[in-house]
Ligand binder design. Sequence first.
Ligand code: F1P
Length: 346
Amino acid sequence: ILDSMRGRMIADSDHLMMSGIREYENKFAKAKRIIIVACGTSWHAGLVAEYLIEDFARIPVEVEYASEFRYRNPIITEKDIVIAISQSGETADTLAAIELAKSKGATIFGICNVVGSSIARATDAGAYTHAGPEIGVASTKAFTAQVTVLTLIAMIIGKKRGTLEETKLRQLMVELETIPAKVEQCLQLDDQIKTIAAKYKDATNFIYLGRGYNYPVALEGALKLKEISYIHAEGYPAAEMKHGPIALIDEQMPVVVIATKDSSYEKVVSNVQEVRARKGKVIAVVTEGDTTIPSMADYVIEIPETSEHLMPLLSVIPLQLLSYHIAVMRGCNVDQPRNLAKSVTV
Ligand code: F1P
């Protein structure tokens, strides 16, 4: 998988003015720090990458909103690698963040969906996600494609640096092969999720909780709901709930918990208990066959098992479907949400 992916990135570079990952493998492996800049959904993909790169390659990663980064006075040196992520490749904030980093001598690696876009052209090297055109304004499949590319990059750097064990790398490669079929399985949940959407379509607030690799997914689930259904929704790392958001929970509050079987599962069980104790309504995304969380939840969405490192590729799908059905039931135009543009160019 890694070799074919590398081949594809190199092939891209021939006609797209971007060099592939192979040429930059050494540079990545020697990097003292990686800064990721992006906006919206792409920023959430960047958060997943932070966990992956730090875990596999042991290089410190900072994930910055491009819209903040460009206006503050960040420390950037020529030793930094900046990864810019953008579906459209035209987001003005991300482009400005790239220009700033470039002026300080950093190496810029782009991850874009749109071939030949402004961001692709402004970077030193990069990878195209090839997710196909996003028909709607809100990014969906672009997120999955960005996370896939970032996972492969983290694996490549981890292998190069010797920080990712050979056995773990092989397991991940085998597991990656199973992801497309598991994504299909998640899409089959459509009817079940429609039923849940009908129940909560009139809610005025939603909370999304996740830990570890599912924390960025919680943020993304909340963003998708806001963007297309105009319901106020917030995502939190589940462990942060007790530091404030717990005050919001009452019998009116739907709480979507991404509670798949991973290293933080037991902690998530405690978080669900805390929500139940305050009469919050629990919609739980769980691993197939789990019985503990389902016994505490109002609604359960079962998704296939996979490595926790790859779980965002699956766990985001039911959340995207939930937002979609709620938005359609509320009469919203899911492809063209109000106040949003496909490329935010100002
Ligand atoms: C960033 C973004 C999207 C969001 C909406 C507005 O775009 O925030 O994530 O869904 O379309 O723009 P991009 O830089 O990834 O194209």
